[in-house]
Design a protein around this ligand. Structure first.
Ligand code: DQA
Length: 148
C-alpha cells in the first residue's frame, strides 16, 4: 500500500502565541503541545501531520492550495481570519479533501463579531470550545474519514 499523504494542520494569526496569549481564554498549552497532540492522534491511525502557522493571509491561502494535491485532509484554525476572510473561504472551497474548522475557545460565548465564520460553510465539520483537545478530535475525525 502506498504511504498516505499527511494531514495539513493550519493555524492562523496569533496562534504562534498559544500558551502565552490570553491563557484564561486559550489555556496554557503551546503550539508545540498541539503539534505533539495531533502527531500522536494521527499516528494511531497510521497517518502523519504537517503542522504550520502563519500570521499572513496570503501565506495561509498558498498552503491551502498545496492541500489540493499534497494532503489527505485539512484541519484549520483560521484565528481571526475566520470572521473576516472571504479569500480563505474561497481557497478552502477549491480543496476536495475533508476539512475541519477548529476553534479552541467557544466563539459563540464571546463577542458578537466572533459568531460568524466565513469558513464554516465550506468545512465538513466544525469543533468549537473544546480547548486544544479540539485538535485531537478533529484529527481523529479526519483520520476516520480518510481511512473509510
Ligand atoms: C480562535 C477564535 C478567534 O475568534 C480568535 O480570533 C483566535 C482564536 C480560537 O481558536 O478560539 O485567534 O480561532
Amino acid at each position: 500500500m502506498s504511504t498516505p499523504l499527511p494531514l495539513l494542520v493550519l493555524n492562523g494569526p496569533n496562534l504562534n502565541l498559544l500558551g502565552l496569549r490570553e491563557p484564561e481564554v486559550y489555556g496554557t498549552q503551546t503550539l508545540d503541545d498541539v503539534r505533539a497532540l495531533a502527531e500522536e492522534r494521527a499516528a494511531q491511525h497510521g497517518l502523519t501531520v504537517d503542522v504550520r502557522q502563519s500570521n499572513h493571509e496570503g501565506q495561509l491561502i498558498d498552503w491551502i492550495h498545496e492541500a489540493r494535491t499534497g494532503h489527505c485532509g485539512v484541519l484549520i484554525n483560521p484565528g481571526a481570519y475566520s470572521h473576516t476572510s472571504v479569500a480563505i473561504r474561497d481557497a478552502l472551497a477549491a480543496v476536495e479533501v475533508p476539512i475541519v474548522e477548529v476553534h479552541i475557545s467557544n466563539v459563540h460565548r464571546r463577542e458578537a463579531f466572533r459568531h460568524h465564520s466565513y469558513v464554516s460553510a465550506v468545512a465538513d465539520a466544525v469543533i468549537v470550545g473544546a480547548g486544544v483537545d479540539g485538535y485531537a478530535l478533529a484529527v481523529e475525525w479526519l483520520a476516520r474519514r480518510v481511512r473509510a
